[in-house]
Design a protein around this ligand. Sequence first.
Ligand SMILES: NC(=O)c1ccc[n+]([C@@H]2O[C@H](COP(=O)([O-])OP(=O)(O)OC[C@H]3O[C@@H](n4cnc5c(N)ncnc54)[C@H](OP(=O)(O)O)[C@@H]3O)[C@@H](O)[C@H]2O)c1
Length: 255
Amino acid sequence: MTSVAIVTGASSGIGAATARRLAAEGFHVLAAARRTDRLAELIKEIEAAGGTATAVACDVTSDESVAGLAAAAQAAPGPVTLLVNNAGGARGLDPVESGAIGDWQWMYDVNVLGTLRVTQALLPALEASGAGTIVIVSSTAGFTVYEGGGGYTAAKHAQTAIAGTLRLELCGRPVRVIEIDPGMVRTDEFGLVRFGGDADKAAATYAGVPEPLVAEDVADCIAWSATRPHHVNVDRLVVRPLAQAAQHKVHRVGQ
Ligand SMILES: NC(=O)c1ccc[n+]([C@@H]2O[C@H](COP(=O)([O-])OP(=O)(O)OC[C@H]3O[C@@H](n4cnc5c(N)ncnc54)[C@H](OP(=O)(O)O)[C@@H]3O)[C@@H](O)[C@H]2O)c1
């Protein structure tokens, strides 16, 4: 029977690439996000490539909406074996001194509480499959802080803490927990969301960087780690572009 994978934040960037890749790997994908028009396009693409997927409108900050995702999972055509908690992002690059409470609130709601809410809702189905996998897309910001990144790094540290705690708590049960920590990934929307739609500021993040990671690189890491034999638990996979040795050490050409 076809295994079912759920991907949150599947309407763009890493989530969309992961949905495409998992469908190509043979999963039936439940692609979840708020923008259903984007999801409809994605489903068409997946089907044109010979895969199967279902769009699910889901806001990870809403209990009711996540309950709807769990109901969709129950109705899916096979055991739910994989959950990819990918929905998230950054808002602002302000120092702690002047960071907007609203930005921090949003980052906590989506990255941290979204992961918690979706994981709680899907854990029974993952466990019932007998071979469940939970992927948490955190970040290198989950273990390194940087100036102006206080709110985002705090939220990603919290996601990393959830991954580690959950792995301990689920020990002995048939659900593994994998944390994926990407460095700099050039996606269309991450920077726009961070800088309130300012395309110049968003582009400056990647200025001169020869080859930042792209969404497909991270999808590759997620798909690889989630398709190892089930007794193999890739606890944490850290992936950066060659040009980024550390948060503060990025090779930029002509800068
Ligand atoms: N890009 C990077 O450099 C980078 C590096 C490390 C880690 N990451 C992490 O990777 C993940 C994906 O990043 P990305 O670069 O692909 O960003 P992106 O293109 O901005 O995608 C973010 C996704 O999250 C979804 N989302 C936002 N709020 C949501 C909500 N309330 N409910 C459900 N879905 C929501 C968005 O969909 P809707 O707006 O349609 O709901 C969108 O599909 C994030 O967790 C990010 O923190 C990114």
